[in-house]
Design a protein around this ligand. Structure first.
Ligand SMILES: Cc1cc2nc3c(=O)[nH]c(=O)nc-3n(C[C@H](O)[C@H](O)[C@H](O)COP(=O)(O)OP(=O)(O)OC[C@H]3O[C@@H](n4cnc5c(N)ncnc54)[C@H](O)[C@@H]3O)c2cc1C
Length: 502
């Protein structure tokens, strides 16, 4: 069994044995969320009960590590919780669910904390899954790997590297596997293997009634719940404590990182239409980046980043003559898989951002639509940070699964488009941020109209999206609501854009 390094586990209140520390609490611990939700305060004794039941520990605000555990990736949503339960086992998770039900307390579940819209932040109890980070190859040699419900992607990569296997994985090492898998999961391998959620063979989940549904899978008694866990997004149906995934043997790849600074319209149009014809072994992301405000030249830069698995063609042939216009290019054939991923992965520090996404078909993209996109992007007011609009290449195996076969509905497209606004609150005045957000709304609407783009990626949740249920789940929303009703009729697991029971 491979067990990656666990994050630091400093706790103030820990389970049985060190419970004495709990007596240091005042007799009534303010619990504003519970007070707001139910009109009462949670007694300190209730938190002591929780600390007794949760073997992974309960962290309180006076712990020096509290701020680290509490900080989400998007600093717009840095609400501090009242307490943090660090779940180390299925039983800890069940204890938390029983406790929040009993006390009517508000709560949120967190793995990597990278939710764009703050849906894993709460002023109540933060249920932190990160201690559940074990990763094990299952016996039998058929490449199944079981990942703990709180593992971070970087830990999964380390374990897979040792096993010489891989999955469809994202770029950011600190994203949680739970959020990544439950909301779909995109990455450079998806055109070869399908979405991350397509690789899910089984999952264990604690539902609102506190029951553990262990290793639910296709065709079993909980098949609809399993269906919902493959793209129905985290935080909706319960707390997933493990994920069993299909994996694939690693092989060498061609890594590429290519930049263009001239002929932006023509290059972007060519890439968006030509690359869509590439074989499924080709995985790429196009970014069009606007430098920080005040940068010399203020030029838009196009970057194409990705990898090509072994196949009968080359990166040069796929990209074609537009490669000659590149200002910088790295194309490295025959790279061992994991060192190539080191170049493709990213580590992001928390900051402030808003992202909007939609799905496009290459056939609907015209030179005029691209020229308009570029013109509008040049007019973005900008912030102290670089900002980009991006195209994640979907297609290939992503489209081989019918839209209703799993909860992940977005099949049949070539590109997942996304526009980001990034800022830093100390450097960018609120008025400037608002100008950028207003620009983003116009840009998003114009781009969608011109390219007939639709929907939105549930793993890039957008708090300003109005018709979010159709955008994230399309025709699958009705079934998702039925599953929600069957397993969480009282909407215990709730958030602003959460799936609602019937
Ligand atoms: C810098 C950055 C890079 C990214 N790169 C990629 C990428 O390459 N590919 C990609 O597909 N996505 C990417 N994403 C998006 C990311 O996959 C989603 O935001 C994902 O949902 C985050 O998961 P998390 O566990 O880190 O977040 P969290 O905020 O912890 O959780 C996300 C949601 O799931 C719920 N949840 C958390 N743990 C559990 C659990 N164990 N059981 C049930 N519900 C749970 C939370 O309550 C929340 O609603 C990126 C995001 C960021 C910020």
């Amino acid at each position: 069994m491979l067990k990656p390094v666990q994050p630091s586990r400093r706790t103030f209140l820990v389970g049985a044995g060190r419970f004495a520390a709990a007596s240091a609490l005042a007799s009534v611990v303010p619990f504003p969320a519970a007070a707001e939700a139910t009109g009462h305060r949670v007694e300190a004794s209730a938190l002591k009960d929780l600390a007794k039941a949760v073997q992974g520990g309960v962290v309180l605000p006076d712990d020096p590590f509290f701020g680290d555990y509490a900080r989400p990736n998007n600093l717009r949503f840095r609400t501090l919780p009242t307490a943090i339960a660090r779940c180390a086992s299925d039983q800890d998770v069940q204890a938390c669910v029983a406790w929040v039900r009993k006390h009517g307390a508000r709560f949120a579940v967190r793995s990597g904390g990278h939710n764009y819209a703050g849906f894993s932040t709460t002023p109540g109890l933060l249920i932190d899954m990160t201690p559940m980070s074990s990763i094990a190859a299952l016996p039998g040699g058929d490449g199944l790997v079981k990942v703990g419900g709180g593992a971070l992607n970087g830990m999964v990569y380390q374990a897979l590297e040792r096993l010489n296997r891989t999955i469809t994985h994202g770029r950011c090492t600190t994203v949680g596997a739970a959020g990544f898998l439950l909301g779909g999961g995109i990455g450079f391998n998806m055109r070869m293997y399908g979405m991350g959620s397509d690789l899910l063979q089984a999952t264990s989940i604690v539902t609102a009634d506190g029951a553990l549904h262990a290793d639910i899978q296709d065709g079993g008694a909980d098949r609809d719940l399993f269906w919902a866990c493959r793209g129905g997004a985290g935080g909706n149906f319960g707390i997933n404590t493990s994920f069993t995934l299909r994996t694939f043997p690693v092989e060498t790849v061609t890594f590429f990182d290519i930049t263009w600074t001239t002929d932006v319209d023509e290059v972007l149009y060519t890439l968006l239409t030509r690359l869509a014809e590439a074989p499924p072994e080709f995985g790429s992301k196009i970014s069009v980046t606007k430098p920080p405000r005040g940068s010399v030249g203020q030029t838009l830069t196009i970057s194409l980043l990705g990898q090509l698995h072994k196949c009968s063609t080359t990166v040069e042939a796929i990209i074609g003559p537009v490669l000659e216009k590149a200002s910088k290019k790295t194309i490295s054939p025959d790279m061992p898989y994991w060192p190539a991923q080191d170049l493709l992965s990213e580590f992001t520090y928390p900051y402030f951002y808003q992202e909007k996404s939609s799905y496009m078909k290459a056939a609907a993209i015209t030179p005029d639509a691209v020229a308009n996109m570029v013109r509008l992007a040049r007019r973005m007011p900008g912030t102290s940070m670089a900002n980009a609009f991006k195209f994640f290449q979907v297609g290939g195996q992503v489209n081989a699964t019918p839209a209703d076969a799993t909860a992940y509905v977005h099949r049949g497209y070539d590109w997942l488009f996304s526009s980001e606004v990034n800022w830093w609150d100390r450097k960018d005045p609120r008025t400037l941020v608002d100008e950028n957000l207003a620009w983003q709304e116009r840009f998003y609407a114009d781009v969608n109209k011109a390219t007939k783009a639709v929907g939105a990626f549930q793993n890039f949740p957008d708090p300003s999206l109005k018709d979010w249920s159709t955008a994230y789940y399309g025709g699958n929303y009705a079934k998702l609501r039925r599953v929600k009703t069957a397993y969480d009729k009282t909407d215990l697991f709730t958030y602003r854009q959460g799936i609602k029971p019937l």
